[in-house]
Design a protein. Structure first.
Length: 434
């Protein structure tokens, strides 16, 4: 066990954290430039070397907070990174450098009034997982129930606030350069959602609400909350047994197993969205667990986003019309959901129609192979080719978390690589006959 003198908080100070990120950016940027030169010369296509990825994991894991969440998002992209590099970056999903047990015990006692040894029959000093805002320990309650106890890193609230100050400066600069009038609204949406994740009381309520949202789907499992052992910086949940998605994939599951899990991920994304108006907006592979009984366990509920009724209803209508192969009034639906369009209608409609065409491939085909899926790559290329025009088609701020969730879903489905009738799954989501 680490002594008090070994305790380390996430690096503090707005400019100290910015300095560390700037140094990392220079190192990684040099690596990317070298990789680009190799690609031009016909060499290896790696965007990032394993050595640079290790540096990225070390620095972002130390910083934790928003910086680490960015690394988690990068680790999911199968088009930018080789499998070897993704495997290194995937450690950011639940294997960040851990805080000492002395720090864990101190936070538990401050929040719950007694040390872990007094509150639990057993409490493992080694973390099960360590991520961006806190780490998880296995424990056993006095009544014998196995639980997972999430303990927030001391000082992470200040670190996250400092990250947000730095990001706000970047956001303001970018909005002036790109002439995006409502960039501040997007930043505030992201900042507010991130800061809300610090309140584990709120996360407990969101977990209970999410459980109600998927209650009609027995193949999905949300762990129960132990309210007697939860507080603002400590959250105790029923312990789910199994392999996280990122650990399950290397076991070489059959296509039948992969299709089952892919279907469950689609249900876990869209069923609570259409039924309760909320979505799990932190969809990295460490937040899903493939359980021995065949269910998909859902983890980490700090990023549950709740949407306006208008946003949910319009998206539901759009998906149902898409599944029925009906023509869409694309601009009317876009404006109804909250988009602001400053292009000629015909031009804007063509751009949005291509987005829907790319994203909708699995919904139109009775046999779709996600192992060969190019949705993320083609979407990225479409936005890159038309970037100046897309700056004049602006979604409502609440759509930020929706895109984060659905984009993450697409990346997870690509990583799973199942082949099958995904059109039937989306028909199931929309309650239309298969």
């Amino acid at each position: 066990m680490a002594s008090d003198s070994d305790d380390k908080l996430p690096p503090q100070g707005r400019f100290n954290r910015l300095r560390k990120l700037a140094g990392l950016s220079m190192q990684v940027g040099t690596d990317v430039l070298k990789s680009g030169a190799k690609r031009l010369a016909g060499g290896a296509p790696d965007m990032l070397s394993k050595e640079a990825a290790e540096k990225l994991v070390s620095t972002l894991g130390e910083l934790k907070g928003a910086a680490m969440k960015l690394g988690q998002a990068v680790s999911m992209d199968p088009d930018l990174l080789t499998p070897e590099v993704r495997q290194v970056l995937a450690r950011l999903q639940n294997q960040a450098p851990a805080m000492s047990y002395a720090q864990v015990a101190r936070v538990v006692e401050e929040e719950l009034g007694a040390p872990p040894e007094s509150l639990f029959r057993e409490f493992s000093q080694q973390p099960l997982a360590a991520a961006s805002l806190g780490q998880v320990h296995r424990a056993v309650l006095e009544d014998g129930r196995a639980v997972a106890v999430k303990v927030q890193y001391p000082g992470i609230d200040a670190s996250l606030a400092q990250d947000m100050q730095n990001l706000e400066l970047v956001s303001k600069t970018a909005s002036k350069v790109l002439r995006v009038s409502n960039a501040a609204a997007y930043f505030h949406e992201f900042r507010d959602e991130m800061l809300l994740e610090l309140d584990y009381h709120r996360e407990a309520e969101l977990a209970q609400g999410f459980a109600r949202g998927v209650a009609t789907r027995p193949e999905l499992c949300v762990p129960g909350v132990v309210t007697s052992h939860s507080a603002k910086r400590v959250l105790t949940l029923e312990l789910l047994e199994g392999l996280t998605l990122k650990d399950w994939l290397p076991t070489q599951p059959s296509n039948e197993e992969r299709f089952r899990v892919a279907r469950q991920l689609i249900l876990a994304t869209y069923v609570p969205f259409f039924g309760a108006g909320e979505i799990h907006a932190d969809p990295h592979p460490g937040n899903y667990m493939v359980m021995p009984d065949g269910r998909l366990g859902l983890l980490d509920f700090g990023s549950i986003k709740r949407f306006s009724p208008r946003f949910v209803e319009t998206n539901q209508r759009m998906l149902r019309q898409t599944m029925r192969m009906e023509p869409l009034d694309i601009l009317a639906l876009s404006r109804e959901v909250g988009f602001t369009v400053e292009l000629p209608d015909e031009e804007a409609e063509a751009l949005i129609a291509e987005v829907l065409r790319i994203a909708g491939r699995p919904m139109r085909m009775p046999d779709y192979d996600y192992a060969a899926c190019e949705i993320t790559r083609d979407m990225r290329n479409h936005f890159s080719r038309n970037a100046p025009r897309f700056l004049k088609i602006r979604p409502p701020p609440e759509a930020m978390m929706f895109f984060r969730a659905t984009g993450g879903l697409a990346q997870n489905l690509r990583l799973i690589g199942a082949r099958g009738d995904f059109r039937a799954v989306f028909l199931e989501v929309t309650d239309l006959p298969v």
